[in-house]
Structure formats: C-alpha cells, structure tokens
Design a protein around this ligand. Sequence first.
Ligand code: PEP
Ligand code: MG
Length: 740
Amino acid sequence: MSGPRRLLSRLRDLRAHGAAPLSALVQLVASELVSEVCSVYVQRPGDILELAATEGLKQDAIGRTRLRVGEGIVGLCAATGAVMNLPDAQNHPAFAYRPETGEEPFASMLSVPVRRGGRTLGVLVVQNRTPRNFTEHEVDDLETVAMLLAEMLSGSGAIDGSPEGLGATVPRLFTGTPLMGGIAVGPVVLLRSARPVVRLLADNPQAEQVRLEQAMDRMRRGLDDLFADVPNNGRTADVTASREVLEAYRLVASDAGWLRRVGDVIRGGLTAEAAVQRVASELHDRMRRINDPYLRERLADMEDLANRLLTALMGEAPRTPVPGGGILLARRLGPAELLDWHARGIAGVAVEEASPSGHAAILARALGIPALGTLRGMLDSAEQGDDALIDADEGQLILRPEAEVQRAYLRAQEARNAKYAELATWRGRAAATADGVAMKLMLNVGLSIELPQLARTGADGIGLFRTEIAMLARGSVADVAEQAAIYARVMDEAGDKPVLFRTLDLGADKLLPGTISEEENPAMGWRSLRVGLDRPALLRRQLRALLLAAGGRDLSVMFPMVATVAEFRAAKALMMAEASRVRPAPGRLRIGTMLEIPALMWQLPELLKAVDFISVGSNDLLQFLFAADRGTPSLYDRYDFLSPPVLDILEQLIVAANAASIPMSLCGEAASKPLEALVLAALGMTTLSMPAGSILPIKAMLSQADLGAFRSVLTAIRRGGGGGLRESVATWAREQGILA
Ligand code: PEP
Ligand code: MG
C-alpha cells in the first residue's frame, strides 16, 4: 500500500475506534510523514488559534500556546488559507517565537490550513530539524490529512470529549445593511450549497477513477442535452446563455490539469466525490483572491460545474423541506428565488451582495422577512445546519450564537412584538401631523398574500401595486383571464380604498426564469414600459385585464420608467384603445405616470397636461440622478436622499403639480423612513406609499411632528447650504422627541 493510502487507512482505523483523540492523530501523522513534530492548532472564539495537540513539542504548551489569526506562521496560514512550506521558518518575517513550546531546534516547517466549507477550523503543522523544503507529495499528504481532520473537527464537535474540537462551534458576527427589520433565529440554509461528501476514504482507487470517468460522462451528456434544448436561432439571450455554459464546460472539460489533479487525489486514497470536492475547494481558494469580475464569474461557473459533477457522482439531492424557520444565506438572490424560498418557509435572509433598494430587498419587506445585505465573507464561514441569528434592526448576523445570546434575542423579539401591538392602536386613526395637516399613507404591495395588510395597517389604499411581482412568483406572464382575476381580487380586497396599479416593470433585476439580460446596463436597458411599447400586444393584454377586473369600477393605472411625454402618450393611447372596447367601461379611469427618470423634470409643463397623476419612484429616480446603481451595495450610502439636489427636484415638482392640480405621491423606499417622510411632508408631499411594516411607525411619528414649525427649520437648514442636512433634521427631530 502506498504511503498516503496507508496513512489514510490508519487514520480511518483510528476513527473506527470511536472518538479519536487529536493526540493519537498527531502521533500517527508524525510517524507516517517521518517528521519530528506534528501539531494541531484549533481556532477558538475571538480568532485565536490554540495549540490543541502536539507530538514533538512540549506537552505542557497544549492549551497555553495561543496565536491570533494573522500572527506567526500558523496565524498567517489561517488568515490567508495558504499552505506555507518553509525550510527556515524561524527566519521568516512572520515567525512568532513561543518559548514554552520548545521549538528552537526545528528549522523547517509545513503549515496547512484545516478548512471546511470555506471556513478555517485550524492549522495542521509538521516540523523538522533539517532545513529543507517539504516535497510536493508530503504537502499533498498533509493536505489530505487536513481534510479528514476538518471532517473530524466539524463532524463530532469535540473529538474526544475534550474542547479540542470546538473549531466548528465558534460564533461569528457579521455586520451588514438592514434590508428589512426584525429578528429571526434558526438553522442555516445555504443557497446552492454543495452536498456534504459523506464517504471520504476509498479502498480501491481504480474503482473510484472509473466512477469519476462515468460521472464525467454523465455530466457531459447532461450538458449536451442542455445545449440541445437551447435553439441556436432563438432569442439572443438564450443563445448567449448557451454559449456561456458551453464556454465554462469547455474550460473544465478541456482542463486536463484539473482532472489529472482529481485523479491524483483519488490515487491518494480519497473517494471520487471527496477528490472533486477537494480540488474544487483548491480552485476556489486560488481564485478567491482574484478581483477581476470576469474571472470571478468563471469561478462561479466552475463551482456550478463542480456541483454538477458531484451531483453526477452522488445522485440528485432530494428537495428537502426547509428546517422550521430556516435562515437563508446566499451570495446573490433574485426576487423570484426569494419568493420560492419564502414559499418553502424560510424565516430570515442574509445576502452577501444585496442592497436595500434592490428588488430582493423590496420583496423581503413586502413579505415581512427580516433580511440583511452586504455581508462580505459570510458564506465562507457558514455551514448548512449551523444556527444563525439575524438582528436586522442592528444590521447583524451571528453565526453559531451562544445559547444565552439566542435567548436574549428571543426576548427582544417578544419586546418588539409588544411594541407593534402598541403601534396597532394607530390603525384606526387618520394620519395627520400634530398641527393638523392631513396625510395619506398607502401601501406598496405586489402579491395577493399581502392584501390583508390593508386591514392590518389601516392604510389609506394601495399606492403602488407592482403587477410584475405576481408574474415573477408564477414564473411567467399570466394570460388575460388570469391577470384579470388577480387584479379583481386586489380591487375586491381594497373595497372603497384606491389602488394604483403599475403596469409590468420587468427587466434589470426583475427577470422571469429563463430570461437573461445580455445588456451591459440592464437597469438602463430594454426594460419596463420600453418592452411594453415595443411589444404592444403584451401591454394591451395587461391593460385589458385591468379594465376587465375593474368591471365598471374606478381604475387607476400608471406606467413605469417613462422617459418622454411621447412614451407616456403612446402608452395612454393603448389604454384608451382598450378602454373603448371593454365593457362595462370603467367608472373613472385615471392614467398616470411614475416619475423615475430625471429627464421628465424638463418636460413638466407638457407632462402635467397629459397625466392624471404622478407617483415619484424615488428608488430609480435616485439611481439615475446620481448615476449610482441601486443594486450595488457599496454605493448604497454614498448619496443621500436628504440632499439639496433631491429636495430641489421634489420641491419643483410639487409646486408645478399643485399649480396644475395634478395629484402627486411618492412610492419609493424613502417614504418608509422617518426623516425622509418628515421632510417629504414638509415639502408638501402628503401622499406617501410604503411597505406595510412602515405604515404605523410613520403614522405615529408624523402625529408628533409640528409641520409648520419644522418647515421653517427646514428652510433655514436648506438656506444654510453645505452638507449635514440629514444630521440637522435628525437633531431637530430628536429635540422634539419625535425620534428615539
Ligand atoms: C421606484 O423606483 O422607486 C419604484 C417604486 O419602483 P421599483 O422599486 O419597483 O423599481
Ligand atoms: Mg422603479
């Protein structure tokens, strides 16, 4: 039996005898690798690496020798995730001398990170007196042991009942951007996580090689089928999609190095699936340090393909139900995916790359799911089944929280519920400021499951019904009858309260399954009303459905992403044509526009003559005003709604609309924030539309605000110029006791 296979089989024997102490493992590795020292450092809470077992260093250093992640060779190995092969470790600039270990005589050192699911659990080290580089085979063997050690550490928690194996239970705190407030505690559900490989060691490498080749064949055939299904002369998006998959496929399939490497690992004694997983994780680690977006996308393709290969080896994973109140952790999340997971019962969402004005965030708010975005590195630290706690009010995600912390949060959750119960007393009261200015607070919704929120919040109506959301939920645009049924239900539920329906706003990040945007800037691309005008049959079907749903009742419809008055007129003409045909004719038909594109500001006189009402979509308006992608988390805080350009535009708009007697509202996310709502009210925007969770808090806040007094303060602040508008407004609100 070859060296590494003998080592693995002896390790397996060790495990077969039940709980294998780390001390036995280090002895075995030292003797098999013919090294004088073998030590295991385990990562403890607070990013500390603690010497947990050693053969060859002083035994009383165990539990005493501690290094911070990043400190010394061991700490550097943990921090970078890179193997360190040093002939003269003590002269390395990072070397940290620890006299209690007695390591002076040992010159050469090989440190290998112990990682699982991208998370570092510890470091495995061998040392020798002779200054030399460890051979490639030795590095390989130690990496294989590290992989097994990772399974042992995270599998049983503690290897021999001692705290040696605590690496997998270390709590980690991540700070992100709140997308939807609230608290959720539950088991982690990783989106698109690879299935855990349960069988690591194999007796017969030849048989494993055959399994690998068969799986490669199955994967290739699966991909061929996939390509065959994509028409070559079909829509450009499909053709592009197929080309991309094909490209990634070729990359992996033709990368002999990748496959040879898997073969080598199999010959070392691992099963085919463990070998694929190991090589995939090596690739991942190598490419993790790459910033180039193109290469990073290729990395994502590689991960996909490695997962496909694993599926080919292990069979399809059953689509298991989400564990009760699971917390979904994802790198990116589309709105349709979020809906799908919501239906499967997730209680909270944490996304590495998501910002509050993205559509996944808007949907999370609509569904009332506590959600956080911009959580860098979170996925690398989490594993399926870990506990997670989301405190979206504070923007925090805690992985593997201590039991006491969990209890404290559950208590906070109860207190929060109690606060909402108190706010509920506002439900039946009309919205007005302390000095008697009447306000209308409306709901932003998009799904019929949200309709009960009308009664629950006592909102004055629906200020934005995003019709595309229901289509995203069902995965395609419904036919006229189905659409009419959806809209009729909304009107039935709303009763006497007004509803503003917005026509389909698909495109950018609201893509139906199977559609891929091949544009460089999809938010500014062929989307929304632009599609409706170029595919008038689609828009007319929707307008007909809305008219049928109204069945003689009043109907208000608005168009999204209008850039010119001509576009609005063209859309209105389609509506008028449909309205002339549908019977019974609607009661009062009001046709308005969203104001999301700044260009409309220079067409106001004409626009105000053409529309029945305007609703400001502040999410897109800010995106285009500041040329700052609303979906890019790092830009989220960069530009402020409470700033001169935004307030000047809104003021100009309100003055012009009032002069023309055109009703005006604002339905972007700004309406749901206390300071923004206060300023909007002061500017004269008295109809605000927002997600359900904000109606009562905003109503309660406005009831305490003396708007007359605030107006003079705001005028003075604005006249003062410069930055700090937000701080000045916040200071006033705090002094008045309006803000906590
Ligand atoms: C907006 O842009 O502000 C808006 C309300 O539309 P959406 O968020 O759906 O793009
Ligand atoms: Mg918009």
